[in-house]
Design a protein. Structure first.
Length: 317
């Protein structure tokens, strides 16, 4: 069994009006594929990087350009997605007469979803790569990570892996993910992976609110925070919100009839100044409530300390 450690970069529509909506809602059109191939001992076999010329989102989104460093001129140079996929598939499988067995490894769940959407868009095999490992789950379990969706660079720093290349380059991120594999106990992680997936909480309620233009006011937007109790339908009463990033937050919410729930919001950038907010509601266990309150306490302590430091600074002027 080989492993294909893959990362993708994708462009986005420059406005909601230009977003492709059929045959899939195209949140991102792939413009770069990077991958590392290893054996089952995670010894390097091969590596690849393919630049892809987009068919639909041909204008470089300014946010994506800033993130990846890929310019409009570079966007125009590359293979078409069908050409890129054909070459990538051959690289993954090896000899067509006796294809090699492999499994994808990615950092997070997003890449393979975008990959499947792009394959569907071009009438290609959308099941390719559907059997994959999300390395975040192994990392989280073996490091007791505080955030379930830790950034790749943050994870690398925590394991003392040097960040001496540009992140958000598909090959560089794929190689960084490979370096993480080398630091983790992959034998144990792969053996227990099905348990990690089974342990992921299943939401009682999940939907998405589209066309949100101001993330700073996300938790004050009635369209976003008006969430029904998944059991009785009455509006949930939210507590304080805790942000894990500028796009993700959670709170403990209460229904007078059915008790406490864990509510999570996660925003996805669709185009310039346009976001979709995913809303998920889960049963709130005692551990969930205890963990949330502990994080809330730490946040208040940090704020208090910062305020005291600020006041001390003003007193010395």
């Amino acid at each position: 069994m080989n492993y294909i450690i893959m990362d993708l970069e994708w462009n986005q529509a420059v406005s909601p009006a230009r977003m492709i909506r059929t045959p899939v809602m195209l949140h991102g059109e792939i413009i770069q594929i990077g991958a590392v191939k290893t054996n089952d001992r995670f010894e390097l076999i091969n590596k690849i990087k393919i630049n892809v010329r987009p068919k639909y989102y041909k204008i470089m989104n300014s946010h994506v350009e800033k993130l990846t460093g890929i310019t409009q001129a570079q966007l125009a140079v590359g293979e078409t997605f069908p050409q890129a996929f054909k070459r990538f598939r051959v690289w993954c499988e090896g000899d067509e007469r006796s294809p090699e067995e492999f499994r994808f490894i990615t950092w997070g769940f997003d890449d393979l979803g975008v990959f499947a959407d792009n394959l569907t868009l071009h009438g290609l095999d959308a099941s390719f790569g559907s059997d994959y490992i999300n390395l975040q789950l192994i990392y989280n379990r073996q490091t007791n990570a505080e955030h379930l969706q830790c950034a790749l660079a943050t994870a690398a720093e925590s394991l003392e892996i040097p960040l001496d290349v540009q992140c958000h380059d598909a090959f560089n991120d794929a190689y960084l993910t490979y370096e993480l594999c080398r630091k983790l106990d992959m034998t144990l992680g792969l053996a227990e992976y099905s348990e990690y997936v089974a342990a992921l909480p299943t939401p009682l309620f999940k939907d998405a609110v589209q066309n949100i233009d101001d993330l700073k006011k996300m938790i004050y937007n009635r369209r976003v925070v008006s969430i029904p109790c998944p059991k009785c339908g009455e509006p949930l009463k939210h507590g304080q919100w805790l942000f894990s990033s500028g796009k993700s937050c959670k709170t403990i919410s209460r229904c007078d009839t059915d008790g406490d729930f864990l509510v999570k919001l996660k925003a996805a950038r669709i185009s310039e100044g346009n976001y979709t907010v995913m809303r998920s509601v889960y049963e709130a266990s005692e551990d969930d409530i205890s963990s949330f309150n502990e994080k809330l306490k730490k946040r208040e302590e940090r704020r208090k300390k910062a305020k005291e430091t600020s006041l001390q600074g003003e007193g010395t002027k």
